[in-house]
Design a protein around this ligand. Structure first.
Ligand SMILES: Cc1cc2nc3c(=O)[nH]c(=O)nc-3n(C[C@H](O)[C@H](O)[C@H](O)COP(=O)(O)O)c2cc1C
Length: 258
């Protein structure tokens, strides 16, 4: 065969394409378990962060040992035994899409804009001196462009917010993306979910929250230029802390004197 021929060119090009695609496919498959493991670690880190327990000097997996992971039946607020659903393997996101593991949310109740919600959820309990100190609850809801996934930490009175964080969303950086701004997240700390009658009250307002007076403890500053994302957060938290979400769990824990 001639040193330079059309066939040789094709052979080299096809050979190179096959080799490269095998390499890319192999890397994608080979790295998937590592990616999954990193996602789990990232979620644990976010739970520690929202609970104020993250310390950069302590490995996440080690610090996470102080967190008790339970599965809750959202409708009843009762914990589910590990024999029925193992928290270590429960895939809550998959459950939210599985018709057998989720319920359709009627449109008039679907404040989070998610269509369906899982029947069972992973919740995270943190004890201090043998008493429940806080509970970290998963939240999910639609922003302007994306579904936002996060956690809300509630203190031992089962009413006061300790923190909020989102570990996944695709809102615009600098606009809706400001939900990740620590200064905005700090505004949630100390706010009350419910009033004295147990009615859900917390909301992200447009503009500045009242500094004092009636209702101030239930208001959080809006995000300028990102009212739609901020509303999405407000409505999503309202859904998940409401009667269709974790309110039953919070009331049960409160009644039990947690
Ligand atoms: C390119 C582009 C990206 C935007 N991204 C967001 C966003 O992520 N979240 C949001 O609430 N608004 C976003 N907006 C603005 C909204 O369209 C809307 O104007 C805004 O939410 C209203 O908030 P304001 O009343 O505080 O100005 C974006 C606008 C543009 C042009």
């Amino acid at each position: 065969m001639a040193r330079e021929s059309l066939i040789k060119t094709y052979v080299v090009a096809v050979g190179l394409a096959v080799a490269c695609s095998l390499l890319v496919a192999g890397a994608a498959i080979g790295l998937r378990p590592l990616q999954e493991e990193n996602k789990v670690i990232d979620r644990k880190k976010n739970i520690l962060v929202v609970a104020g327990l993250h310390d950069a000097a302590v490995p996440v997996v080690e610090a996470f040992q102080q967190v008790e992971v339970r599965i809750v039946d959202i409708e009843t607020g009762e914990f589910v035994s590990e024999d029925k659903i193992d928290p270590a393997t429960f895939d809550q996101r998959a459950a939210a899409k599985d018709p057998n593991m989720s319920v359709r949310i009627p449109a008039e109740k679907d404040r989070a804009g998610i269509g369906r919600r899982e029947k069972y959820a992973l919740v995270y309990l943190v004890q201090k001196d043998g008493q429940l100190d806080q509970v970290v609850l998963p939240i999910v809801g639609k922003g302007l462009w994306s579904t936002m996934y996060g956690f809300l930490a509630v203190g031992d009175d089962l009413n006061t917010v300790r923190g909020i964080t989102f570990y996944e969303h695709a809102e615009t950086p600098g606009l809706g993306g400001e939900i990740d701004n620590p200064l905005w997240k700090d505004k949630w700390t100390g706010k009350k979910l419910y009033d004295d009658q147990g009615t859900y009250k917390l909301e992200v307002v447009k503009g500045a929250a009242a500094q004092s007076g009636p209702g101030a403890e239930h208001q959080i500053d809006g995000i300028s230029g990102a009212t739609l994302t901020a509303n999405g957060v407000s409505y999503s938290v309202a859904y998940w802390m409401g009667a269709d979400g974790f309110k039953n769990l919070l009331e049960r824990l409160k009644a039990e004197g947690a």
